[in-house]
Design a protein around this ligand. Structure first.
Ligand code: TRP
Ligand code: SF4
Length: 327
């Protein structure tokens, strides 16, 4: 029996951070069981970077290096850049004809984002940004995906995708399956300051960062402010290091908590232990990244090959869609 198919995409934001590693490990783990299409959503990225898109190409290279380092396998999965498969734009355009404006206006991320980015001085009250989730629907339906691995924040987009499939199937002929979400359970990783990890907060730990940089990030982590001396009893529940120990050093967590509360371990040595564990995770990633980036044309070749495979599938879908729409 043919494997079920999954499709997922990521905007090219540049170097990824430790939070992304969990997403990538999840993707990599799906490669065995599923026929996978993973793509760089560069058109989606453009919706917020159109004023200065000069970093886009390098961001794509850096991100794909992280993908490969984390175990995405271009032999098994189709890895490509969205804009290398122009059929995404055609399908998006066709969908735009049948999609009521109100569907897009009520997507909860839309008004939120326009407002949030507006406060940062970015005007994204654009046609393209309104259509963002519909382009995403085209990305997914193009490959007739059975499932889409996403985080919880993307569920409204997936709902819109299913509604689009239903409407198309109803208006013309049943062409598209309704994809299910494959909720990836990734740990909520705080940044070093305790807020959500994000490049824009400068509180992130970059994938493949050098050992010295990694150690200094761990040193930056917020600990229990009430602890001045090692012997002061600690409150691990308010401490970022403690959160990380729970994710990356689970077997030692209970012991650390006990020692911390009793004032028997200092934050310096607690951080040192964590840094050692993170370094063991980072070391192979750093080396693999470096290798992929150093091999001339390697990433470009991966993406060329992926786009070729994606275009074959996309051409079939678009042909079928044109047929049933009567173009
Ligand atoms: N909107 C997604 C995000 O911000 C990225 C994305 C674009 C995507 N197209 C997709 C995810 C298709 C899954 C499937 O994370
Ligand atoms: Fe946090 Fe560890 Fe210090 Fe306790 S000992 S406050 S868990 S860094």
């Amino acid at each position: 029996m043919a494997k079920d198919r999954i499709v997922s995409g990521m905007r090219p934001t540049g170097r990824l951070h430790l939070g992304h590693l969990h997403v990538l490990e999840n993707w990599a783990g799906l490669q065995e069981e599923y026929d996978c299409y993973f793509f760089v959503a560069d058109w989606h990225g453009l919706s917020t970077t159109f004023e200065d898109n000069s970093g886009m190409r390098e961001n794509i290279r850096q991100m794909v290096a992280d993908w490969l380092a984390a175990g995405l396998d271009p032999e098994r999965s189709v890895l490509f850049v969205q804009s290398h498969v122009p059929q995404h734009a055609e399908l998006h355009l066709l969908f735009s004809m049948i999609t009521p404006l109100s569907w897009l206006e009520r997507v909860p991320t839309f008004k939120d984002q326009v407002q949030q980015l507006g406060m940062q001085g970015k005007d994204i009250n654009t046609y393209g940004f309104l259509g963002y989730p519909l382009l995403q629907a085209a990305d997914i339906l193009m490959y007739k995906a059975d499932a889409v691995p996403v985080g919880e924040d993307q569920l409204p987009h997936l709902e819109l995708c299913r509604e689009t499939a239903r409407r198309f199937n109803f208006l013309y002929r049943p062409v598209f399956p309704e994809p299910q979400s494959l909720l990836s359970r990734v740990p909520l990783l705080p940044g070093v300051d305790g807020r959500k990890m994000s490049k824009s907060y400068s509180n992130d730990i970059m994938l493949g960062s050098e050992e010295a940089e990694l150690r200094s990030r761990v040193n930056d982590m917020i600990t229990d402010p009430a602890r001045i001396r090692k012997t002061d009893p600690g409150h691990p529940e308010v401490c970022v290091v403690h959160k990380y120990q729970g994710i990356y050093n689970e077997s030692r967590l209970a012991g650390i908590v006990e020692e911390c509360r009793a004032g028997r371990v200092g934050c310096v040595s607690c951080k040192k232990e964590l840094a050692g564990i993170l370094e063991a995770i980072m070391l192979p990633l750093r080396e693999r990244r470096r290798e992929f980036l150093a091999r001339p044309g390697c990433i470009e070749e991966v993406l060329r090959h992926g786009a070729e495979r994606a275009r074959l599938e996309a051409a079939k879908t678009v042909e079928q869609v044109r047929e049933v729409v009567g173009m």
